[in-house]
Design a protein around this ligand. Structure first.
Ligand SMILES: [Zn+2]
Ligand SMILES: [Zn+2]
Length: 399
């Protein structure tokens, strides 16, 4: 075989379709290594893989991304802990969307220089011999080895595949998930951050598209939470579980409404606190939105238009508005007393459910008082919401 022959076809001389299939297989495997092993298992401890499977993921992540488990886990946990603040390693709200989409890797490289932070946020991780001596000590050897494997298999085209492989995680995870996943898409949960679900069918980035679901329940191994959603990562976990190669440790709780509960009890409180992002979303949809709709129509008839930003701001109680915009929202609300009452009730409910210094008993008392006031408020939607809320409880988790 001449050198030119080798460069053109590699050792295998594979047909084009096989080269394309190889490309999709290796990039998907990298995505799975990241979402299943680094993210769901190592960072959030929601699933445990058989040591052999875990090692395949680890090896593959080393071979194709040069990412070190400890660095990735720490940076990611810090993202959850400090989300959308200056300290969030990759928040488009704090750093700007373009920076996160196009310079996500730079932000990651910057973050990992802070070794004290890495140690603080990666507690509980154990480095074994091969991690210390090879994967963490020589992260760049993996991609270098991958380069020669691709070259040997397919010749020059293998090098092109390698280049795309190296771009895959920076573009898909650092750019798309960290950037767009906090910027664009739909929200099932009114979380304290700007996270979004990019698509309901999440199969291209291993299920990470369902990023708002993930922020609502970070320790859930399953990202699909609505009937019409599909998380391919969860499908893989389910398959491995059936083969006895994975153990699911935690999934998101589901809400159950008990009939005929007159007074909120400890179970109600626990459920409301656990699913409080879902509660916020429901409150907006069932209680605030119908009135907001009417008020906007009335305002329009009177020649007053509320900007889209302020309208959306009401959904998150002005959390992402500037001070000036928030003031404008409050001023507008002040002229709409029935809407203002609903917003005020939401604030009080959120205060009760937030993990503040109040003890459980005081919190339950406050929730009971909130429910009776809501039912006497004169708003049918609010009264209905409070009546349902009394019966809330968590359905047993089918892990
Ligand atoms: Zn996020
Ligand atoms: Zn996470």
């Amino acid at each position: 075989m001449s050198i030119l022959d080798f460069l053109a076809h590699g050792l295998t001389g594979s047909p084009t379709w096989l080269v394309i299939a190889y490309f999709f297989a290796v990039t998907q495997l990298t995505i799975f290594g990241t979402t299943l092993f680094l993210h769901r298992s190592a960072a959030h401890r929601s699933v445990e893989f058989h040591p052999l499977i875990a090692h395949v993921f680890r090896f593959w992540t080393w071979l194709t991304t040069a990412m070190v488990t400890r660095d990735w886990v720490a940076i990611h946990r810090k993202h959850h802990a400090r989300v959308e603040t200056e300290e969030d390693p990759h928040s488009p709200v704090a750093h700007g969307i373009w920076k996160v989409v196009f310079h996500g890797v730079t932000l990651y490289q910057e973050a990992k220089k802070d070794r004290e932070m890495i140690m603080q946020f990666s507690q509980g991780l154990e480095d074994d011999f091969i991690e210390r001596k090879l994967y963490a000590a020589h992260p760049n050897w993996g991609p270098s080895l991958m380069f020669f494997i691709n070259l040997a298999l397919f010749g020059f085209i293998g090098v092109a595949i390698w280049a795309f492989q190296m771009l895959w995680i920076p573009v898909m995870a650092a750019g798309v998930v960290n950037g767009l996943g906090h910027w664009w898409g739909y929200r099932n949960f009114e979380t304290d951050d700007r996270s979004t679900n990019l698509t309901p069918w999440a199969f291209f980035i291993g299920g990470e598209e369902l990023h708002n679901n993930h922020h609502a329940y970070p320790s859930s191994a399953k990202f699909q939470l609505r009937r019409y959603e599909w998380d391919i990562g969860w499908s893989v976990i389910s398959l491995l579980r059936r083969l006895g190669l994975a153990k699911v440790l935690r999934i998101a709780p589901t809400l159950h409404v008990r009939p005929n509960i007159q007074l909120p009890d400890a179970e109600t409180l626990k459920a409301a606190m656990t699913v409080r992002f879902e509660l916020s979303k429901r409150y907006f949809r069932e209680v605030i939105r119908p009135t907001l709709h009417d008020e906007l129509a009335a305002a329009k008839r009177a020649g007053i238009r509320l900007s889209g930003r302020l309208r959306r701001g009401i959904a998150s109680d002005g959390r992402w508005l500037s001070n000036e915009q928030r003031e404008a929202m409050e001023t507008w609300l002040a002229t709409r007393p029935s809407l203002a009452t609903l917003v005020e009730h939401r604030r009080r409910l959120n205060e009760i459910l937030a993990r503040t210094s109040k003890n459980a008993e005081e919190r339950l008392e406050a929730l009971r008082a909130w429910c009776s006031e809501a039912e006497a408020s004169g708003s049918r939607a609010l009264a209905q919401f409070a009546a349902d809320l009394r019966g809330w409880s968590l359905a047993p988790q089918a892990v």
